[in-house]
Design a protein around this ligand. Structure first.
Ligand code: GDP
Ligand code: MG
Length: 442
């Protein structure tokens, strides 16, 4: 069956860490959406790596799939293939030849379109993924397979180039700085380097599923960047909800396990509403301690308190089975930690669906928790955490009604607690709480 690692907020929740964590007991790992606009960081015993094309893991001896609907930046992919060759010598990479290529002209289009939009820009990371996806939908796109034949590439690229170059200069008042012939050559050369990895990944994955194998799925971006259910138009150009994996990979829908990853607070890169955002010395502390700067863009991430209205909605949208919560170390020593548990508008409660279409107008309703001392030890189990941290986690689990399976208190793979039962059950049984948070849902 598929076992997916998904983001329950606005991205950068720590999916990379959990793909790598889960990779220790999964042999087959697939990525099927997004492109170099998504960066996933992995830390194992002081060794760090970031991936934006190949599934994120430093584990060796894996079958790594890049499926249809993943968007390819050729140089990035070539670099990551080289990295895998050196670092994970026994892993094998399979790349679907039907994946679309994010071309340098898409990067220029992205820049020109954002400049044109001025204050209304999306604040995208600028790697051209949105423009590439438009060309895929418009039937103008270049697939990996197209780029391995010089004549085909030239013919297809000519049409795309004619249309898009005019758009850059005549619509966006920009200037295309690229040369068609040299771009054609470089795309061809890079695609030839990737050709040996070509494989019809739908067939490979179909075979594995037929043999009852588990396939770990890495998803790009996160729930609220979905271009239907996210904070449209401040989203990516495609679906990010995990159920799109079936069409993207090309296998029939089936029941799956979904690990929803959430940060203990909220972050966002780029523009768009963030109701719990704050900008004071606490935000600066969180940004510094949590190293909240984009993996791809290096931009400072925007900081907000945990928004349980959105996370709860994300659980429903994605069908999350269990939760991994990250960065609880970052909230230490803050004295008070507000958590958003509802929204109002003109004094009336607002549901998540409605709030999402007017997120810049709603007022968050907070519950406030006490912070905890610095987490500077190895914590083998949940009961070793400070009481305040257990209170916080227990409340979150109770409010969400879905079990927290993993608690991450640092970026390293080792800094992860696997929780053996419901946190709030443990909490109540041990008389640690004055509240009666006890989940009845199983
Ligand atoms: P992704 O896009 O969801 O894969 O997340 P990123 O890898 O882009 O960003 C998450 C960042 O948080 C990375 O730099 C991780 O190394 C880091 N990280 C993950 N879990 C933790 C944690 O529990 N504590 C801290 N301090 N950092 C973490
Ligand atoms: Mg990321």
């Amino acid at each position: 069956m598929f076992k997916a690692v998904v983001g329950l907020q606005f991205g950068d929740e720590g999916k990379g860490k959990f793909v790598d964590f889960m990779a220790t007991n999964h042999d087959y790992i697939a990525r099927y959406n997004g492109g170099a606009n998504a960066g996933h960081t992995v830390n194992v015993n002081g060794k760090q790596a970031s991936f934006s094309q190949i599934p994120a893991t430093l584990e060796n001896n894996k079958m790594l799939f890049v499926c249809q609907d993943a968007l390819i930046s050729l140089e990035k992919l070539s670099d990551e293939l080289e990295f895998i060759k050196v670092t994970c010598k026994n892993s094998k990479v399979y790349i679907d030849p039907r994946c679309h290529i994010v071309l340098p002209i898409h990067v220029e289009l992205n820049r020109a379109s954002e400049d044109y939009k001025g204050k209304k820009k999306i604040g995208s990371v600028g790697v051209g993924v949105g423009a590439c996806f438009e060309d895929k939908s418009n039937r103008l796109g270049i697939r990996l397979i197209d780029a391995t034949n010089k004549e085909t590439l030239k013919e297809k690229l000519k049409l795309l180039w004619d249309i898009r170059a005019k758009q850059i200069s005549n619509v966006f008042n920009g200037k295309l700085t690229l040369d068609f012939e040299s771009e054609c050559n470089s795309i061809y050369q890079l695609a030839k380097g990737i050709e040996p990895y070509f494989s019809f990944t739908n067939d490979e994955i179909h075979k594995l599923l037929s043999n009852n194998k588990d396939i770990l799925l890495e998803t790009s971006q996160a729930t609220f960047l979905d271009n239907s259910f996210g904070t449209y138009p401040y989203t990516v150009a495609y679906h990010t909800l995990v159920q799109s994996c079936f069409t993207s990979i090309g296998v029939p829908a089936h029941e799956m396990y979904v690990l929803g990853v959430m940060k203990a607070y909220t972050i966002r890169v780029g523009n768009g509403p963030l109701p719990t955002e704050f900008n004071d010395e606490k935000a600066n502390r969180i940004r510094t301690v949590g190293n909240e700067f984009g993996t791809v863009s290096k931009r400072p991430r925007r900081i907000g308190w945990l928004d349980l209205v959105l996370v709860k909605h994300a659980l429903k949208l994605t069908g999350t089975t269990e939760i991994a919560i990250t960065n609880i170390d970052v909230l230490s020593e803050l004295k008070e930690i507000p958590v958003c548990v509802g929204y109002t508008l003109d004094g009336e409660d607002v549901c998540a669906n409605k709030a999402l279409i007017m997120l810049d107008k709603v007022e968050p309703v907070y519950k406030v928790f006490s912070s905890w001392p610095t987490l500077n030890k190895k914590y083998e189990s949940i009961d070793l955490l400070p009481k305040e941290a257990i209170d916080y986690l227990s409340f979150i689990e109770h409010e969400l009604g879905v079990r927290i399976k993993y608690v991450s208190y640092g970026k390293d793979r080792e800094q992860t607690i696997e929780v053996s039962s419901y946190i709030n059950q443990f909490h109540v049984e041990n008389g640690l709480s004055s509240t009666d948070y006890l989940i009845t849902r199983t």
